[in-house]
Design a protein around this ligand. Structure first.
Ligand code: AMP
Ligand code: MN
Ligand code: MN
Ligand code: MN
Length: 280
């Protein structure tokens, strides 16, 4: 198949997105997307609703997930899994384990935020949570905006929630080998999400690509919602050098909270092999 507008990375209320899975699908369709994957953080509970909505609209829908991975010296990287068997027990159990630590982490984040004068953050964040198993920094950010401490979510991350800031709590996510193992066991393709967004030196970034490739990783988001032209050129070069499949991904979270809307990204450089090339 040869989609005109593939978007293989976005979020719903099942993780930290603002729209329900079916609403994401309708919005994607309205934006001209003809191949869509929903990739909630560590969670596949929205896939059935999204697939049903897509079937009604005749939109091609692919199972997806964005797995949180601990990497190197307390870094977090995100690995997207695509086109897998969402009932595969290894994947299901692995994701449940990664999600399992989030609530405790949220409690610790609230304690740290209270120390810098932001009280009630656990209960406050919960008001924005659509899925009790999936409380994330984004939900805290929305509460902190609501309290008037910052004008928008991005500013909240810059001041309180990014690594090194007072509300940041380091957390053990999945190992890279585990995330790839689960995705591959379930028959899926693993993709490095938004490779330009990690605070890694060029040498460290290359180490990540080497390790990912050695573990059987196949793809990289060459075009991501937040990427500029220079980054697209850089990661197209990485795809060519490593023989990675190329993905195209908005990372849409909701109106007003995302760099770009569903399906509105640049096209992939035409010489690259897209991740969807072999999907029939
Ligand atoms: P968590 O998985 O709970 O650590 O939350 C990670 C999520 O926070 C990401 O998927 C983004 O949605 C959001 N996020 C991380 N950094 C930023 C940032 N600088 N600005 C806005 N949102 C961010
Ligand atoms: Mn997110
Ligand atoms: Mn991500
Ligand atoms: Mn994402």
């Amino acid at each position: 198949m040869n989609p005109a507008n593939a978007d293989l990375h976005c979020h719903s209320t099942v993780s930290d997105g603002l729209l329900a899975p079916a609403v994401i699908v309708e919005r994607a369709r309205a934006n001209g997307v003809d191949l869509l994957a929903l990739t909630d953080h560590d969670e596949i509970g929205g896939l059935d609703e999204a697939a049903a909505a897509a079937a009604v609209l005749g939109l091609r829908f692919i199972a997806g997930v964005e797995i949180s991975v601990s990497w190197g010296d307390d870094q977090t990287v995100h690995i997207v899994g695509l086109n897998f068997d969402q009932r595969h027990p290894e994947l299901v159990a692995g994701l449940a384990r990664v999600r399992g630590g989030r609530d405790k982490r949220a409690g610790r984040m609230a304690e740290e935020l209270a120390k810098v004068g932001i009280d009630g953050a656990y209960a406050g964040a919960l008001k924005y949570v659509g899925n009790p198993a999936l409380i994330s920094r984004s939900h805290f950010a929305r509460y902190i905006v609501e309290r008037g401490f910052a004008p928008d979510v991005k500013t909240v991350f810059d001041h309180w929630l990014a690594k090194g800031k007072p509300g940041y709590v380091s957390h053990p996510w999945a190992e890279l080998s585990e995330a790839l193992g689960w995705i591959k066991a379930a028959g899926g393709i693993a993709v490095v999400a938004h490779p330009g967004r990690y605070r890694l030196t060029p040498a460290e970034r290359r180490e990540l690509f080497v390790a990912f490739k050695n573990l059987g990783g196949e793809g990289i988001e060459v075009v991501s919602g937040s990427s500029n032209d220079a980054e697209i050129r850089e990661f197209a070069g990485i795809a060519r050098e490593f023989g990675f499949l190329a993905s195209r991904a908005s990372d849409f979270h909701g109106p007003g909270e995302s760099y770009i809307d569903l399906g509105r990204m640049a096209q992939l450089p035409p010489d690259l092999k897209p991740v969807w090339a072999d999907w029939v």
